[in-house]
Design a protein around this ligand. Structure first.
Ligand SMILES: [Zn+2]
Length: 405
């Protein structure tokens, strides 16, 4: 009887083949326990008929003062330290009359990163004219020469895309393609963690690709590439339709909703870089997403073959694993990068391979699933139409390679 019981359990276990969420030993561990963050005071400052406001989502402005008749200064500080040198700023200026001013962005101990962009409606953005901004002179103070009229003017590091933007983008896709937008849990400050399956038909047994974005709030160019990539996957074309019928595509476009709406430079509301928490899942956002992936792929018996995480940095670059890391779809990434390079415009993607180090998504996909892990980085100032074109090519070439895999 005992032998039969034992045999039964062995058979049950063998039949399940379920994946457990594992804690991973990365070569360079990072402590991701909560740190204290400081909140910017949300207010509208008015001096000499000129107002500056941070009273909107994704805004960042810590102070506003007048230095002389025509010079004003905005102070921009991070949510906590230590932190990457990526000062994000976003605020609204309103003047009671036409005037020309010099506006200083003061970053304290940090240096300028993002080229200023202007908008009257938060939809259409224009980089500031180069005669009004000297990039070379921008150190920890960057000076903008502005001509103001009575129209309120948004000034931001990158185009403002708050949580509401992403929800409405997903909602539009859901309506157009009959998809299900869901909330899979909450962030530390109770914002929705959004998720959508973007494949078609039955999810059972399909190989699965996971797409992520916005671990780092100001990395808008990477987020824009993610939108274009996803829209290409959802296109009504023989390639995309065929691909979606064969693969499960799990989309998590907003890993750090608190950081996005609080206008953070990099961290979540726990003061942590979420792309360092893929070993122990101490932060609510990563724990929610990692557990959701595991639960879903167990429920539908999926094998995760790749994870792509979209980010921004100084230039376009695709971070991959070194050759000692063989994923379940090796040599996919070499063929993929060559295919992009063979595109008519010879995109010549810059690939940088590095070994497992800190607990980032790239390593996690490999350690957890034996899957390919890619970090798709877009330059902060890469032309917006060009980054979309590149992302569409990247999506098509990925599909072409995998559709017959
Ligand atoms: Zn990043």
């Amino acid at each position: 009887m005992r032998v039969f019981t034992l045999l039964f359990f062995i058979l049950v276990l063998a039949g399940c083949k379920s994946t457990k969420l594992l804690k991973h030993n990365f070569p360079t561990p990072v402590d991701t326990g909560d740190q204290t963050i400081s909140y910017q005071e949300k207010k509208t400052y008015t001096i000499d008929g000129l107002s500056a406001s941070n009273q909107f989502d994704a805004a960042r402005m810590n102070d506003f003062v007048q230095l002389n008749d025509s010079t004003f200064r905005v102070t921009i500080l991070p949510e906590n330290e230590p932190i990457n040198k990526s000062p994000h700023y976003a605020f609204l200026l309103s003047s009671d009359k036409e005037r020309a001013i010099d506006l200083e962005l003061y970053y304290g101990a940090y240096k300028h990163r993002y080229y200023p962009k202007l908008s009257y409606d938060k939809k259409l953005w224009t980089p500031i004219d180069s005669i009004a901004f000297d990039t070379l002179k921008a150190g920890n103070i960057a000076t903008l020469r502005l001509k103001l009229d009575q129209r309120p003017l948004y000034i931001a590091a990158e185009e403002i895309k708050d949580c509401k933007h992403t929800r409405s983008w997903m909602q539009q896709l859901a309506t157009k393609h009959k998809l299900q937008l869901s909330t899979i849990g909450k962030s530390k400050l109770d914002r929705d963690m959004l998720f959508m399956d973007i494949g078609s038909g039955n999810k059972n047994d399909k190989p699965t690709i996971v797409l992520m974005s916005r671990a780092h709030p100001p990395e808008i160019s990477g987020y824009m590439a993610m939108e274009a990539f996803v829209e290409e996957l959802l296109r009504d074309s023989p390639l995309s339709n065929n691909f979606r019928s064969k693969y499960r595509l799990m989309l998590y476009p907003l890993l750090n909703p608190d950081g996005v709406d609080l206008g953070h430079w990099r961290h979540n509301a726990g003061g942590i870089d979420l792309n360092r928490d893929w070993a122990n899942y101490k932060q609510a956002e990563i724990s929610t997403v990692a557990n959701h992936i595991i639960r879903e792929v167990n429920n539908y018996k999926n094998k995760v073959i790749m994870g792509i995480d979209f980010h921004s940095t100084q230039e376009d670059v695709i971070y991959t694993h070194t050759d000692n890391v063989k994923s379940s779809i090796t040599p996919f990434k070499d063929l993929w990068i060559q295919a992009m390079d063979d595109d008519a415009l010879q995109l010549n993607p810059n690939e940088e391979a590095y070994d497992l180090g800190k607990p980032m998504t790239k390593g996690w996909f490999f350690l957890q699933f034996g899957a390919e892990g890619i970090i798709y980085e877009v330059g902060d100032e890469t032309d917006r139409e060009f980054l979309k074109y590149k992302a569409e090519v990247a999506a098509r070439e990925m599909m072409k390679l995998l559709v017959f895999y």
